[in-house]
Design a protein around this ligand. Structure first.
Ligand code: PLP
Length: 358
């Protein structure tokens, strides 16, 4: 007798992360490699975070606060919401998984975009949900198309605003018009991983008020991007107490470690670091736009820390050629690639090599 696996898992592929910098250095004999592939903060993180973590080194033998009480309170007071409406997680990645486990049953229809965060699709399939894929329009979410895709079998809808990997956003009005169309029993996951980089004022920056009017909405945020804490794995979800109580039942008891909790609290306090990250991103984005225009490269307008562009070649080949020269980007599909915005020095190195490669 051989072992068997759940059939829902059979056709899934493991997540393929980009090669780490050290591996690329070794493979191509390079001394300098820059990674603009995973939307990490080129400034690192707040110095206050480093200090706060250092102070926790004598706590490493103890289990973390499983309730993350101080972190919940810090988030609640920062965003004027009740602590009972906050649930931290080990990155929002983990929350995608937990939301899928909480809601999706075999045969449920789950609506998502075709080019978006890949974990929405894999966790949907993992639970036996039926993905109902709605294509992007002009590289942006087609919320009208998504609301038309709703049937009486629809269980859940994944939204990412602004979107990864295309960088595009939809407005507050578009979101509200959409939520008005969604029956109250259908869960809407609203992923705001890049909210801190948004420059447009028609973006729903203070989305928490939506939870009062639409108790079927679940908001996800992360400390991995603008706050620069990707290594620590910490994010948080804002939703009704009723929903969070259910997710809490399937959550690992100590899913957010002590260093992550302490780091997140001090990251929230350092407004200056966040502002600097925002500004470096705006400057880098404008530089990339200007040079892309000069080079005749088409790109999607980005409200994130990455730019989605058309290489007009096989993006995978462009990716490999750049990697050989010590610049790591992310091929997405066909001729489209995504580059994370780095420091100005990194952006210039990227452009220099891109010009040669193309
Ligand atoms: C990066 C990212 C996340 C989550 O990252 P974590 O590090 O797991 O918090 C979530 N959603 C989107 C769209 C992302 O790009």
């Amino acid at each position: 007798m051989s072992i068997t696996f759940r059939p829902q898992i059979k056709d899934l592929a493991a997540y393929k992360p980009g090669k780490p910098i050290e591996d690329v250095k070794k493979e191509y004999g390079l001394t300098k490699v820059i990674k603009l592939a995973s939307n990490e903060n080129p400034l690192g993180c707040s110095p206050k975070v480093k200090e706060a973590i250092t102070n926790q080194f004598d706590q490493l033998s103890l289990y973390p606060d499983g309730n993350a009480t101080s972190l919940k309170e810090a988030i609640a007071s920062k965003f004027a919401i009740k602590a009972t409406q906050v649930l931290p997680s080990s990155g929002s990645d983990e929350m995608v998984d937990q939301v899928a486990k909480t809601f999706i049953q075999e045969g449920d229809e789950v609506i998502l975009a075709d080019v978006t965060f890949p974990r929405y699709l894999s966790t949907t399939k993992m639970m036996g949900g039926i993905p109902v894929v709605v294509p992007l329009k002009d590289f942006s979410y087609d919320l009208e198309g998504m609301s038309k895709a709703i049937t009486d079998k629809t269980r859940l809808i994944w939204l990412c605003n602004p979107n990864n990997p295309t960088g595009t956003m939809f407005t507050e009005k578009t979101l509200i018009d959409f939520l008005e169309q969604v029956p109250a029993n259908i869960i809407v996951i609203y992923d705001e991983a890049y909210r801190e980089f948004v420059t447009r004022d028609d973006y729903p920056m203070d989305s928490t008020y939506l939870l009062e009017k639409y108790p079927n909405v679940i908001i996800m945020r992360t400390f991995s991007k603008a706050y620069g804490l990707a290594a620590l794995r910490v994010g948080y979800t804002l939703a009704s107490e009723e929903i969070l109580n259910e997710i809490n039942k399937i959550r690992g008891p100590f899913n957010v470690n002590t260093l992550a909790q302490v780091a997140a609290i001090s990251a929230l306090e350092d407004e200056a670091f966040l502002q600097e990250s925002y500004q470096v991103n705006v400057d880098g984005k404008n530089y990339l736009y200007d040079t892309f225009k000069e080079m005749g490269i088409e790109y999607a307008p980005s409200e994130t820390n990455h730019v989605f562009f058309n290489t007009k070649k096989d993006a995978n080949e462009v990716f490999i050629a750049l990697q050989r020269r010590g610049v790591i980007i992310r091929p997405i599909y066909g001729s489209y690639a995504r580059v994370s915005i780095g420091t100005m020095e990194e952006n210039k190195i990227f452009i220099q090599h891109l010009k040669e490669v193309l």
